[in-house]
Structures are given as structure tokens and as C-alpha cells.
Design a protein. Sequence first.
Length: 291
Amino acid sequence: MRTLKLSLRQLQIFRQVARRKSVSAAADELGISQPQVSRTLAEIEKKLGTEVFFRTPEGLELTPTGKLLLNFAEQTLSLAGETERAISEKVGVPACPLHVAVPPGLLSYAALGIRAFHEEYPELPIRLEVGTPERVLELVTRQQVALGLFAGPESLLPREVASEEVGEQPWGLLAPESLAETPLPKLPLVLPPEGSLLRRVLEHATGHLPESPHHAADVRAACALATTGFGAYLPLACTEVGLVVHKASPKIVLPIHAVYPEHGRYPVSARAYVRLLSGLKPPITFFPRPQ
């Protein structure tokens, strides 16, 4: 009887090509090069002695052998994932580094979780990536980090990621104290760029954002500009740098989600971090009442 000697990585790449019907799309989602995907498919076909895809105007389609292999790949990868989870739960101790990506607005919250993780697992290395919400989700979907944090509704997350709500973060319209009573039409506002994920999150939370020609790409930039005389929608933690809640500020509470690849590794270290994070409260967890 002939043994099918294919690695889990080969099966993962084959399955992604089958799902996306495109070598380039699969490569982008897996975070690897197109030649690497093509080589893997060639290796698979050489081992099987037959083709697994054929080209159509709509993209790659599975041959009868390819359909059988896809069924095998789905079952094998599912079993491998279940086995890994069972072993992890049995062992219960993280053994790999923690690699997490966060947007600037959640940096303080993420740092509290990292400190708690380090105190519990001091021997494990920690790597923290900071980027826009779009960059965080890109790193997660490409499986270049094990875990990311996202503040906003779950409906805005891509289908390639799974999520778990771990807390909430209050936001508001912040400004220097000298502008806290300024009518909104006269308040110079700095907003996230049009079309950005943060802009979509705030539009979802407020229902409507005022128009403004002034844009800042992330929370750090918006906070810095606000201290110089602008208004900006920011986490309430930014009041620590001297900003106050504007009298016309809407009440905004964003859910915080831990996000990880829908299909891929979710290491014990990442799960331990989420467990610790869920037991913490983000800095400033209340919305100040009007005086």
C-alpha cells in the first residue's frame, strides 16, 4: 500500500489554494511568496503522480484527485488542531514565546497583560508589535503574530480571524481644558483618515462624525495634536496628558477583542495571555459624569 507522505504545512498551503482558487491570493493570506506556493503544489503533484488543479477563466479548480486530497487535508488538519489543543490543555503550561500585535490606543492595556504574563512565565520571551488596526489584523491573518488586540465591533473583523471579547475601552471627544466648552462647529477637529478602520469603528460607535479637513493616522498622533489645541476622539486614558472630555462628547464604549487566525496555530502562550488580560481592567474604565 502506497503511503501519502505530505507534511501539515503542505496540506495547509494546498487547502488555502483550493479555497482561494488562486496561487497569489493564497500566498498573500499565508504571508509567503508565490514561488513557494507553486513549489509546494509541484511537490504534492510529484508525490501523487497526478495533477490536483486545472485552470479555468474563474481560477483554479480541483481535479477529482484534488477533491479527494482536499477532503483528506481538511480531516487531517482538523485532527492535528484538536490533538494540539488536547495536548496543550493536558500540559497546561506555555512553552513558546508570546508574540502579540496591538494598536497604539490599546498599548497601555496590552502592557498590563504583558507584565502579568511575564510575572507568571518569566522564562518566556515576549515580542510586542505596534501598528494601526489594519496592520494588526494583517499580521494576524498572515499568521505573523499569534494574537492581536482590536477595539471595536466584531462585525468589522475580517472572516479570516476568530475573536474573543476580553474587555471594553471608553472613548470620548477630548480637547484641552481651554476648548472644553467650545461649540462643536468652532472646535478644530482631528479625525482618522477617510476609509480607515479606526474611522469606521468611530462612525459605527457614534452614528456620525463631523466633517474635518484635519486627519491623523493613529491615536498617538491625534493625542499629540489634541494637546496643541485640537479636539479628537480618543481613549479616555489620554486624559492623563492633560486633555479633558468635551461637554458635547458622546458616550463611546468599544469592546476589546483578542483576535487570532481562524485556521492556524493558537499557542498556549497566547491563550494564557488572553486569560490574564481578561482579568484586568483597561486604564480608566469609566465615563466621567458631568460636573
